[in-house]
Design a protein around this ligand. Sequence first.
Ligand SMILES: Cc1cc2nc3c(=O)[nH]c(=O)nc-3n(C[C@H](O)[C@H](O)[C@H](O)COP(=O)(O)OP(=O)(O)OC[C@H]3O[C@@H](n4cnc5c(N)ncnc54)[C@H](O)[C@@H]3O)c2cc1C
Length: 544
Amino acid sequence: MKHALIIGSGISGMVCAVRCAQLGVHVTMVSPFPSERSQSVMAAGGINAVLSGEEAGDSVACHIEDTLKGGCELGGKNAVKGLCEHGGEILHWLESIGTVFSVDEKGRPLRRAFGGQSHKRTYYCGASTGKQIVSALVMEVRRFEAAGLIERRLWCCFHSALIRDGICYGAMLFDEAHGGLEAVCADALVIATGGQNALFGKTTGSTQCDGYAAGKLFMQGAELKNLEFIQYHPTTMETPQKRMLISEAVRGEGGRLFQRRDGQNVYFMEDKYGPGGNLMTRDIVSREIDALGGMVYLDISFLDRTVIDERLPEVRDICAKYGGIDVSREPIPVMPSVHFFMGGLAVGLKHETNIHNLFAVGECASMYHGANRIGGNSLLAAIYSGNVAADEIAGRSGCRFHPDFEGDLEREKKLLARNMDTQSQFPVMYIRDMLAETMQKRLGIVRSGENLEQGLADIDYYLSIAERIRYDSSVMPYFNYSLTAILTLARATITCALSRRESRGAHYRSDFPQTEEAYQSATIIAYDGGGYNVRFDREQSYES
Ligand SMILES: Cc1cc2nc3c(=O)[nH]c(=O)nc-3n(C[C@H](O)[C@H](O)[C@H](O)COP(=O)(O)OP(=O)(O)OC[C@H]3O[C@@H](n4cnc5c(N)ncnc54)[C@H](O)[C@@H]3O)c2cc1C
């Protein structure tokens, strides 16, 4: 029986596991925490799809057009077509496995408007769509687990891929529970580790998503793509631990942004862009708020109380709990914050990387969203990409032989043990905090060459310290062995931002404010043991 090793158990990892199992591929699914704690559970606003018999005017073609336009023409055209064409089927499948969508009095699923969309096509479960989908998927995974087709491994982290001559044969895993490294061979390795939030410290997402797998694979030869396109969500609320997302659903239900100026409420988005101004794409809204000083208000106090209670209960509760705000009476203070990563591992249409049998799905893969993701498309992409990769894996013949990785394993074990013996006074988390400060400062909503150059210098300094740290016993081994790869990924991200000498979507350069035809290409970056090599892939060969 063929065997797939899946790293990550959020929505994309689970979907890939379930589909593999349905197609008779045995799966081992690995993550440090249960699926119920993955970032996917945070998804609030909804998932995009066009169902047949839709509201007059909407169509799959409109969904494709909105996605490509929202992504400033950098999303893979054929890939986006496949994504949007499967939206309806995916929605029906989610319902069939027990996802409870919000419905009207006749039992028809409800839709809401999301930014950058020409029609209402975001289906939702109140404001907890991610939770509902994760719950349904966990039940599916358990069904196949009971049948012996899926094995779930918790407290277990990715260490590195087993690669020989451009072919991937599985991965080394670090088991936190037993404190040991092991090599697990497989016919396919699927990376489903989400975005790179921890690089930026406080974001709307989970610190579990630290980009380590992408960084390590980059160091092992996998190419990365479009790293400079980092989505700032325009409406988040500051709390001591993180930036709480105030979902776009709020504006989808009619919420209005304003700034207080000379005692007046100035509805700056409506003034500049007309009645639909509040629902411009996220890159545009974030930039407008940033230009106004970075903090504005979002108002839904005029909405009917039942709309708030029935459609936005989580938002109401978050504001009350973290900000002491009663949204039915007062506006919410909001600011833009890092939210989503359009860039990641470069993959082809079947979600395979440039390394044979190494796949990437969900937010860690770069494919559909180009320079700016439109809301509601990420859940769809997580599910669609999981299915696409699984179909490809199931349709291939398995590996006939696996090279011997015993030597590699012993070497890595010795390295880890030797480092553990050598204590260091320098705390790993301190470097992570400094990195987050650098990333927030240098890769903000508005960037410049000078600022980015300084970011590179900062990261080179952190890399030089990281080389000297032997072992910090105050944190788990994972935080020790992951540090260099995370810093390398951060360096690659700034290198891409520096190379793109134009402004497009979420990448805005004050020194190059125009969108340039010459840059209508994906940014691909490769690593050769020290050099970071960027090329602009005009043909977008990874996407066509
Ligand atoms: C607050 C918030 C709200 C959102 N709302 C929406 C929405 O309404 N609609 C929408 O379309 N999108 C939304 N998104 C985006 C969407 O939720 C994510 O893009 C999507 O859920 C990502 O799923 P994933 O499976 O790729 O990754 P994740 O759900 O992040 O899962 C990653 C998995 O990888 C594991 N992992 C990480 N590192 C390692 C490692 N080194 N070794 C082993 N395992 C590892 C994690 O533990 C986890 O299990 C939202 C995002 C946030 C943060």
